[in-house]
Design a binder for this molecule. Structure first.
Ligand code: ZN
Length: 182
């Protein structure tokens, strides 16, 4: 049996988009935590021009369905395992999202004896407040910079100030969030 690795923490953030997970994660990042975000990992793949990255880019541009869940899952799990083995302080945001992912995470918790390391945070905000925040928020599809249509507008409509890439907005579709083209 493996010894518990008690010298690091893993925060798992839950809550609607717009609940404040990003703000919470930012505060932990300033303390040296690594933010494992599905969006950031996929943007990294785009930057490295991997086959998955290129596919993801095409899907954003055509506003079609997101990548198959199993591909996204594999990329994220590989990253999480690598960081756990390095005993990094982690923030998981947007993972686990499904029962299957939660079961897999459970296996990791057992395998690495992580019971003492995991902290689960659920950010509970009224749905209309979360919606209002989300409707005003747009994100760069390449570098991940976040804008707000009310407070931090981009200089050119729909384009990132930093890298000129397409800005995308999350919207409600059939009860879940997805990316839409502006
Ligand atoms: Zn950008």
């Amino acid at each position: 049996m493996q010894m518990p690795l008690l010298d690091f923490k893993i925060y798992i953030l839950f809550g609607f988009p717009g609940a404040g997970k990003g703000t919470f994660a930012q505060a932990l990042k300033e303390k040296g935590y690594i933010h494992v975000s599905t969006g950031d990992i996929l943007r990294e793949e785009v930057k490295k021009q991997t086959p998955i990255g290129l596919k993801y880019k095409r899907e954003i541009e055509s506003a079609s369905n997101l990548l198959p869940k199993n591909i996204i899952q594999k990329i994220i799990l590989d990253k999480i395992i690598m960081l756990i083995e390095r005993r990094e302080n982690l923030i998981l945001d947007g993972f686990p999202k499904t029962i299957e992912q939660a079961k897999y995470l459970n296996k990791l918790i057992e395998k690495y004896s992580l019971n003492q390391n995991i902290h689960i945070i659920y950010l509970d905000v009224p749905i209309d407040l979360a919606l209002a925040r989300i409707q005003a928020r747009i994100t760069c599809s390449e570098c991940g910079k976040i804008y707000n249509l009310l407070t931090i507008k981009p200089k050119t409509n729909g384009k990132c100030d930093v890298c000129e890439a397409l800005l995308v907005q999350r919207a409600f579709i059939k009860g879940s969030f997805c990316l839409t083209r502006l």
